[in-house]
Design a protein around this ligand. Structure first.
Ligand code: CMC
Length: 375
C-alpha cells in the first residue's frame, strides 16, 4: 500500500477549493477582509461586537443596532443552575478548551436549537454572551472556590471577560487590545475548525453540535492551540542570546517553531501579525519577552523567510502582558471565532449540500472471507 502522488500533492487538502463563501477573503491577493472590510480598518476602529454583528448579519450595524445587539449579548451572559453545576464538577487540571466544549455540548441539551433552526440568531447571541462567563466561572471556581456573578459595568465581551477573569476592573488599554485580538481572530475562511463546523452543519445538525466540533478542531497546536504553544517557545528562553541559539538549534533539528507558517498565506505573511505585534509592543513595557519574541522572529526571517509569523505568535505575548494565564489563550480564540463559525453555519444552511468527499482507495484487493474458527 502506498500513498499516490496525487494524494501526496493534495495532502491535508492543500490548495483544494472546497466550496464558495461570501464571508471572508484570505490569502487571495486582496488582504484579509470580512464581508469586504479590511481587517486593519476593523481592528483599528471597531469594537468586537460590531464585527460579530457584521459576521452574523452581513452588514455593519448602525449605532442603534449595535446598542441593541450589545444589550442582547449582555442578557445572554448568565449561566443556568445546571450549567454551573456541571462546571463545578470539572476538576482542576482539565484544559479549559475541553471545559468550553463540554459547556457548549450541555447548552445544546439544555437550550436546544429548534429543529427548523428559526432561532439560530438567538443561539448565536447566547453563545457570544455565555462563553466568557463559562471560562471565567470555571477559572474562579477551580482556583479558590469562588462562584462569580455575571453583573458588570463592562458592556463589551472584551471588558467583561477581563473583569470577570481577574475579578477587577481592567485597564482601558487592555480592553482595547482585547477588542483588537478578538476582531483579528473572528473569521478566517475555510480553516480547520470552520470547515469542521460547516461539515457538521451540512448534515443538518444543530448549531451547538457544530460549534462543539469546531472547538475540538481549534484546540490542536497546528491551529488555535498554536498561541499557547508559541508562548511555550518564547518563555522557554531567558534572554535574546539564548533565543537566537535555541531557535537555530531547533531549525537544525527540523523542529516546528510554533506561531510561524501558514497554509494559505505566502511570503507576504499573515496580515494580522503586524496589527497584534503593535499591541504586544505597546503592552510590553519593555518586558524581556518582547525582545525575545523579536529575536525569534528575526532568526526566522533570516533562516526561513518562507515562514513568517502568523497571528498566534504575538498574540501569545500580548495576552501574557495582560496577565492572562497561558491555558486561556486558545479559549479566547473560541470567544472570538464562534462569530465566524456561526456565520459559516448560517451560510452553509442557506444553500446546503451534504459535505461528503471521497478518498482514493489504497487498501487490499478483495479477499476470500475466512470463518473465525478457521483463522
Ligand atoms: N517551523 C518550522 N518548520 C516549518 C514550520 C514551522 N512553524 N511550518 C512549516 N514548516 C516546514 C515543514 O516542516 C515542511 O518542511 P519540509 O518540506 O522539509 O518537510 C515545510 O515547512 C512545509 O510545511 P507543511 O507542514 O507541509 O505546511 P502546511 O501548510 O501543512 O502547514 C502549518 C501549515 C500552519 C500547520 C505549519 O506552518 C505549522 O505547523 N506551523 C506551526 C503551528 C502554527 O503556528 N499554527 C498556527 C497556524 S495560523 C493560525 C491558526 O490557524 O490558528
Amino acid at each position: 500500500m502506498s500513498i499516490s502522488e496525487a494524494t501526496k500533492k493534495q495532502g491535508g487538502l492543500a490548495g483544494v477549493v472546497a466550496g464558495e463563501s461570501a464571508i471572508c477573503t484570505c490569502g487571495t491577493g486582496n488582504g484579509l477582509n470580512y464581508y469586504g472590510y479590511a481587517i486593519e480598518d476593523l481592528a483599528e476602529h471597531c469594537e468586537f461586537e460590531e464585527v460579530a454583528y457584521l459576521l452574523q448579519y452581513a452588514k455593519l450595524p448602525n449605532a442603534n443596532e449595535l446598542k441593541e445587539y450589545k444589550s442582547k449579548i449582555i442578557a445572554s451572559r448568565p449561566l443556568s443552575v445546571e450549567l454551573k453545576a456541571m462546571l463545578k464538577l470539572i476538576p482542576k487540571g482539565v484544559h479549559p478548551m475541553n471545559v468550553c466544549q463540554s459547556a457548549v455540548a450541555l447548552l445544546g441539551t439544555l437550550e436546544a436549537e429548534k429543529d427548523d433552526f428559526s432561532d439560530q440568531d438567538e443561539k448565536i447571541i447566547r453563545l457570544l454572551g455565555v462563553l466568557p462567563s463559562v471560562i471565567c466561572f470555571w477559572h474562579n471556581y477551580i482556583n479558590g472556590g469562588k462562584e462569580i456573578d455575571f453583573e458588570s459595568k463592562e458592556d463589551t465581551i472584551a471588558g467583561y471577560f477581563l473583569e470577570k477573569l481577574h475579578q477587577k476592573t481592567p485597564p482601558a488599554e487592555f480592553v482595547k487590545a482585547m477588542h483588537c485580538s478578538l476582531i483579528l481572530y473572528a473569521e478566517h475562511e475555510f480553516n480547520a475548525s470552520t470547515f469542521t463546523a460547516r461539515i457538521c452543519a451540512s448534515t443538518k445538525s444543530d448549531i451547538f453540535s457544530a460549534v462543539a466540533g469546531a472547538i475540538g478542531a481549534l484546540r490542536g497546536p497546528l491551529h488555535g492551540g498554536a498561541n499557547e504553544a508559541a508562548f511555550g517557545l518564547i518563555s522557554s528562553f531567558d534572554n535574546v542570546e539564548d533565543a537566537i541559539a535555541g531557535v537555530n538549534d531547533k531549525l537544525a533539528n527540523k523542529e516546528l517553531l510554533m506561531g510561524f507558517g501558514h497554509r494559505v498565506y505566502g511570503l507576504g505573511g499573515d496580515p494580522r501579525n503586524a496589527v497584534i505585534k503593535k499591541w504586544s509592543k505597546a503592552l510590553s513595557n519593555d518586558h524581556k519577552l518582547f525582545a525575545i519574541s523579536e529575536a525569534i522572529e528575526n532568526v526566522m526571517k533570516e533562516k526561513r523567510p518562507s515562514l513568517p509569523p502568523n497571528a498566534d505568535f504575538y498574540s501569545a505575548s500580548a495576552y501574557h502582558f495582560m496577565g492572562i494565564p497561558t491555558e486561556y489563550f486558545t479559549p479566547i480564540f473560541i470567544m472570538s471565532r464562534v462569530s465566524g463559525w456561526c456565520a459559516h453555519i448560517k451560510e452553509q444552511r442557506a444553500n446546503n449540500k451534504l459535505i461528503r468527499p471521497s478518498s482514493n482507495y489504497i487498501g487490499p484487493e478483495p479477499m476470500k472471507f475466512i470463518q473465525i474458527h478457521q483463522r
